[in-house]
Design a protein around this ligand. Sequence first.
Ligand code: COA
Length: 204
Amino acid sequence: MFRSLFEFLQRRKGPEYDLQGIRRAGKDGLATARLRLRPPARADLPHIRRYAAREAFYRYLDMEKPTPEGTRTYLWAAIAAWRSARPAELVFAIEPTDAGRLAGLIRIRVDEDDETGASVGFHLDSDFQGRGYATEALREIVRIGFRDAGLDRIRAEVDTRNERSCRVLERAGFRREKRMEGYRSVRGTVTDWYLYAVTAPRSG
Ligand SMILES: CC(C)(COP(=O)(O)OP(=O)(O)OC[C@H]1O[C@@H](n2cnc3c(N)ncnc32)[C@H](O)[C@@H]1OP(=O)(O)O)[C@@H](O)C(=O)NCCC(=O)NCCS
């Protein structure tokens, strides 16, 4: 009797503050109405290389134009993270079920100093924009972030000029918290960024 009670208590651990819970939930893919969110694969590389070379991809991102080699290094690291014991960041491929190939990526990264917080980033191949896929993917990542990773707060930082990204965040329930003047330099231009965040729904 005591033994079984003790075992029961032992199993009741607190929430997991790295992304193991998300990895468990997502390793075989997550299904939304029109998408499959799955771990990225080597076969995704040519698609990512093609759209990442377009200016529309990196216009508002704090990065240089991606090189084919840099894209490969990024993708290989994203694939490897799914095998890590305690992943701090997981990247999902966004695959429309009727397309049979990747249309973009979405990532979630747990904060180093506060494991109840995480940040997200996302992009779509320009051929797949304007259909609501980024919003649909983001809603699902937020849902499992709160449900499976014990997160309290998920945030995103976005260049104030990036209106499409702001709309995605707002449709997915994020609130604009502040404007950060001169927050980042985007290929030599100092730019203002917004901080957006969504907090976990509280039951009771
Ligand atoms: C940010 C980004 C993903 C937004 O792409 P997007 O296609 O506008 O976003 P969604 O896939 O959610 O599509 C939403 C649009 O599809 C429209 N839409 C059409 N059919 C729809 C449907 N069936 N359901 C939902 N929305 C639909 C929506 O009205 C919306 O258009 P609007 O914003 O003009 O009103 C894209 O611009 C991108 O990849 N940019 C480059 C990388 C980047 O800047 N990432 C953000 C970093 S924080």
